[in-house]
Ligand binder design. Sequence first.
Ligand code: ATP
Ligand code: MG
Length: 422
Amino acid sequence: MEQSYVVHYSEVALKGKNRPEFARALARNVSRALYGLDASVRQGDSRIFVQTGADEGEVLRRLSKVFGVSWLAKASSVPPELPAMSTEVLSQARSLSGSTFRITARRSDKSFAMTSKEVEESLGAEVVAATGKSVSLSRPDANVHVDLLKGRALVYSSRVQGPGGLPVGTAGRVIHLFSGGIDSPVAAWLLMKRGCRPVYLHFFAAPYPGAPLDGKVGKIVRILSQSGGRCTLLLVPFAEYQLATLGTVTGSLEPSLFRRFMRMSAELLAPAFGASALSTGDSLSQAASQTIWNLRTFDDGCTLPVLRPLLTYDKEEIVDLAKSIGTYDASLEEYKDCCSIVSSHPKTRAKGGDVSELASRLGFAELARKSFSQGTLVGYDPSRGKTKVAPLGEVLRRAALEPSARGGVSTQEKAHESLEPF
Ligand code: ATP
Ligand code: MG
């Protein structure tokens, strides 16, 4: 049987001139989240309406993860007349557990003859008479909502909380440095919550991208895509970097140098993917490589903002978030990447000059491009359950967007959509 759902977005966040654009983006993300369920999605009355015969649990599960959704409910739509509303309210009230209830009426259509309070009192009295339940306005066991809209009333008694935030895609793209650890997935989730779309960039040690893709990195990206929707993961081997630095770099400088290599690579890829910023899972002083001086060395000379949503979070807070998002267990899985380089007894105050001098002497920009040519682009669309894989170098070349051929930046920004498989 067809069911209706009403989806509410945060009124405060979506105020102002941009509101229609945000609402459209949210409706689009809601549609995508429901892919394959044969659902119709419509905007109106500052809400999104969904009509579908799909399993209720599945619909609620998918929609409660869409950023920008404040809350949602399975709702019955009836004519905005007291007898029709009363029939529906009584039917819902009979199936509710507990001995107390309240009616919460809201009039979006102020032309309705009764005030919200009058509607509540009238319907409440009928429920008391029919069920023997009593009214509790402050701590009811159940709350039956009646929203009076133009031409119809919505009746629902169970709200499901959404994640809040802004629709993914409304705050631009970022190249997100993505490790297999606990922190960077949480940072990505927080960025998505504020509307950013991350393009995940992961550096790996193994000669073939199968290890990260079939292992925890691919797994975590798939978990995150339940909230963020379709996404792009760039897998780049760092063998070229290892070869170039072998025997040249002293141990304590190496973490800062490698992090500079990752940052420069991300920056070089940004225009091709239309990204306006870089982001990381850094937390201030969590590791020696993340002291304020080393973060400065990381950022030195970077022309893009570097976003660090976890900068002020304690590890415990990050772990709690990772557990609630669902990435924690996958992050603990064993995986051999470059952690040993990032965390091997680094200097707490690496000198920016030393790192920059080495980066230019070792030709990091060229090393990064060589690494891209051995990299892999993975597109993942959770709603279709599809993964597409393409050689990164070839994708960049085919679109004539290879970072080495930089120039027409605006054309590149426009063309970034075509780089992505979905
Ligand atoms: P954890 O600290 O729980 O191991 P993490 O994701 O923070 O996880 P760190 O080793 O602390 O990993 O690295 C700090 C940051 O550097 C990461 O958040 C990430 O942004 C970046 N980073 C580390 N390793 C990689 C990698 N292999 N590829 C891309 N970025 C990485
Ligand atoms: Mg960390």
